[in-house]
Design a protein around this ligand. Structure first.
Ligand code: SAM
Length: 232
C-alpha cells in the first residue's frame, strides 16, 4: 500500500560513527572520478559514503540495481581493485514490459530516445581496461533477473532502480536471496520517494526492527549490515 508522504521510521545514523563502532580504518583512502552531477545521480555526500563503504569493506562482488549513467558504478570500481561489479538496468527494447508498473515520474521524465533512461552511454566506457573489465552490465528488469545464479554471492548490493513501492519491496527481498550472510545492502531515495519510504518502512518492521539498519544523516541512503542471520 502506498500513501502520499509516509514518515520515515528507520533510525538515523552518522555514517562516520560506524567507523568507530565497527573499528574500521579511518585512514582509508578514497578516490573519485567524474564529479559532474546530472539529474538522476546520487548526491556527492551519498557518493562519498558509498565509496567509503567500498573502500572500508572491500566487497568482492558488488551488485547495483539501476545503473543510469554509471557514475556510481565507476566510482565503486575504482575504490577496490578486487571488486567485480554487476550492474542492472532496463533492457534496450522499447517494447519490454516490466514485472511491475514503472510509475515514478522521475524515470518517465528522463526517458531517452529509445524509451528508457538506462540506455545512455556509461561513464566507465573509455576508462582503464582493468576497470572496465571488472564491470558487467546486465540489461534486465531488476524484478526479473535470475536470482538463483547469484544466491548468497553478493557482498554489497546498491538498490537504486525503480522507486515504486512494488519494485522497492521486491528488490529488497530479492536482495536477501543474493546477499552473503555478512553482506551489506544500501538503498537510495528513502524519505524522498514515497514508494521507497513505504516499502522500506514495511521491510524494517517485518524484519523486526533490526539493529543493523540505519538511515544515514544528510542522505537518502539506508544501509543494512547483515551478520550471521538473514530473515527472509
Ligand atoms: C535513479 S537512476 C539510478 C542512479 C544511479 N544508481 C546513480 O547512482 O547514478 C534509476 C535507474 O534505474 C533504472 N530502472 C528503473 N526501473 C528499473 C527496473 N525495474 N529494473 C532495472 N533498472 C531500473 C532506470 O532506467 C534508471 O537508469
Amino acid at each position: 500500500m502506498e500513501t502520499d508522504r509516509p514518515e520515515p521510521i528507520i533510525p538515523r545514523k552518522q555514517f562516520i560513527d560506524l567507523i568507530e563502532e565497527m573499528e574500521l580504518d579511518d585512514f582509508a583512502t578514497i578516490n573519485f572520478k567524474c564529479l559532474k552531477y546530472v539529474s538522476g545521480n546520487i548526491s556527492m555526500t551519498e557518493l562519498f559514503y558509498i565509496v567509503m563503504a567500498v573502500s572500508l569493506f572491500r566487497p568482492k562482488h558488488i551488485m547495483e540495481f539501476g545503473t543510469f549513467n554509471g557514475r556510481t558504478t565507476l566510482n565503486m570500481a575504482i575504490n577496490y581493485e578486487g571488486a567485480i561489479i554487476t550492474t542492472v538496468d532496463l533492457p534496450r527494447n522499447k517494447k519490454h514490459r516490466t514485472k511491475f508498473p514503472l510509475e515514478d515520474k522521475g524515470n518517465l521524465r528522463k526517458l531517452d530516445e529509445t524509451g528508457y533512461v538506462g540506455n545512455k552511454a556509461k561513464l566507465w566506457q573509455g576508462q582503464d581496461p582493468e576497470i572496465v573489465g571488472r564491470i558487467k552490465q546486465i540489461w534486465e528488469d531488476s524484478a526479473k533477473i535470475q536470482f538463483e545464479k547469484y544466491r548468497d554471492e553478493i557482498d554489497f548490493l546498491f538498490i537504486d532502480a525503480s522507486h515504486s513501492y512494488e519494485n522497492c519491496k521486491n528488490d529488497s527481498y530479492n536482495g536477501h536471496k543474493i546477499i552473503k550472510k555478512n553482506g551489506i545492502i544500501f538503498w537510495h531515495d528513502y524519505a524522498g520517494w514515497p514508494g521507497v519510504t513505504e516499502a522500506l518502512n514495511e521491510y524494517y518492521l517485518e524484519q523486526g526492527e533490526p539493529d543493523n539498519m540505519f538511515w544515514f544523516n544528510d542522505t537518502s541512503i539506508v544501509g543494512r549490515f547483515f551478520n550471521e542471520s538473514k530473515k527472509t
